[in-house]
Design a binder for this molecule. Structure first.
Ligand code: GTP
Length: 376
């Protein structure tokens, strides 16, 4: 298709519209067949030229519609199916055909129903307008014929007009019913969409709850493991991510001296200090108790070490509100390592843990590294 709609929704709509056009074109093909059956069957009372004109009307009008749909010009209109113009063309052609058919037109007036079937999804008022047009066209053509050729079975005309009237009234009532049904279905769809939106929101909340540590608002251990595994799978050879275990020093002492609530506030202080030191892509999680774990995607030994040093210093200088701490009371130790492709998360955590142990052993408040990687 040459006219490319803006998004997939428009593409789906255009596909639907083209399918409907295909149905209309198929119906016109049958109409063409009928025209020539009446001609060859000897029922067609006008000169054959008029049948040729009628057939050309069908072919040309369908080519024009096809061109409009093919180029996507129909998308500019409120109803991209162009139902009303199509029904108008259908009614015009049918009236022309029935006029030329002569007295046999009564047996083919049912074709008005066929044309109006394409309008059943229009609002009832608009449908009724086309039903009235169809009725007036048929009666007008029949009366015109009557006045030109004299009264040829006027009772038959009355019967035909009555049958058409009853059929069209019934169709109008049916269209009203279909319209109400569709409105009800649309309302239900909106209600369903609203429910789905609420459910999606609840799912998001649940996911947040399941992946977040309540006290610090950082990711929890389970979520970190998932993220780290995903990062490991993404890592290409020759590229590294930093992994660090961070442990607050002498935290038991802080709890003992200032109380558990203050200890909690200091854990929260660490979380906010760390957030301000890190980028959005960095993953920081509470690993358990006063231990945290950090994953820095796409880094190297030097930059990762510098980042952890920055974090250590920022925490050492932090001043939690309403807590009177002695200078140097806040400190942390870090064990660093690098993750590389084909590494195992367990082994890299083990390396970071060994480095952390060394940092603690050497007097705390420092960063120690285990740079041995599987690439090395
Ligand atoms: N306030 C508070 N304390 C916690 C929490 N989770 C763990 N802790 C405490 O953190 C302390 C950790 O103590 P240790 O494992 O002995 O470590 P530490 O005192 O920091 O000593 P080092 O790590 O060797 O420097 C324990 O007293 C835990 O009770 C928590 O959520 N809130």
């Amino acid at each position: 298709m040459r006219a490319i709609p803006e998004d997939s929704e428009q593409q789906a709509l255009q596909l639907l519209v083209l399918k409907r056009f295909g149905m209309a074109a198929g119906t016109y093909a049958l109409a063409l067949l009928l025209t020539w059956i009446t001609v060859f069957g000897g029922y067609y009372q006008a000169p054959v030229d008029t049948a040729v004109i009628g057939s050309l009307m069908i072919v040309v009008s369908q080519l024009v519609f096809f061109w409009i749909f093919y180029r996507g010009h129909n998308l500019r209109f409120r109803d991209p199916s162009l139902t009303e113009p199509q029904v108008l063309v259908g009614l015009a052609w049918l009236t022309f055909f029935l006029y030329n058919l002569g007295t046999e037109r009564g047996s083919l007036m049912v074709l008005y129903v066929l044309v109006l079937m394409f309008a059943v999804f229009l609002p009832p008022k608009i449908f009724a307008r086309y039903a009235v047009l169809a009725f007036c066209s048929f009666v007008g053509v029949s009366l015109g014929d009557l006045s030109l050729n004299g009264p040829d079975e006027p009772q038959a005309l009355l019967l035909q007009a009555s049958v058409l009237l009853v059929t069209l009234v019934w169709m109008c009532l049916f269209v009203g019913y279909v319209y109400k049904l569709r409105q009800r279905m649309r309302q239900r769809r909106y209600a369903l969409q609203a429910h789905q939106e609420t459910l999606r929101g609840m799912m998001r909340q649940l996911e947040d709850l399941a992946s977040t540590d309540e006290l610090t608002g950082l990711y929890n251990r389970r979520h970190f493991i998932n993220k780290a595994e995903a990062e490991l799978n993404r890592l290409r050879p020759g590229h590294y991510s930093g992994l660090a275990l961070i442990d607050l020093d002498h935290f038991k002492r802080i709890n003992d001296v200032y109380g558990h609530a203050t200890g909690d506030r200091i854990l929260q202080t660490f979380a906010s200090v760390a957030r301000s030191c890190l980028r959005d892509d960095d993953v920081l999680a509470r690993y358990g108790g006063e231990e945290f774990v950090l994953l820095l995607p796409g880094t190297d030994a030097e930059r990762f070490h510098a980042c952890c040093e920055r974090l250590r210093e920022a925490f050492a200088n932090a001043q939690p509100l309403d807590i009177q701490l002695q200078p140097g009371q806040l400190s942390l130790s870090v064990g660093l390592t690098l993750l590389s492709a084909n590494d195992s998360l367990d082994e890299s955590l083990q390396r970071a843990d060994e480095a952390l142990y060394r940092a603690k052993h050497k007097g705390r408040n420092r960063c120690e590294a285990s740079w041995v990687t599987v690439d090395a």
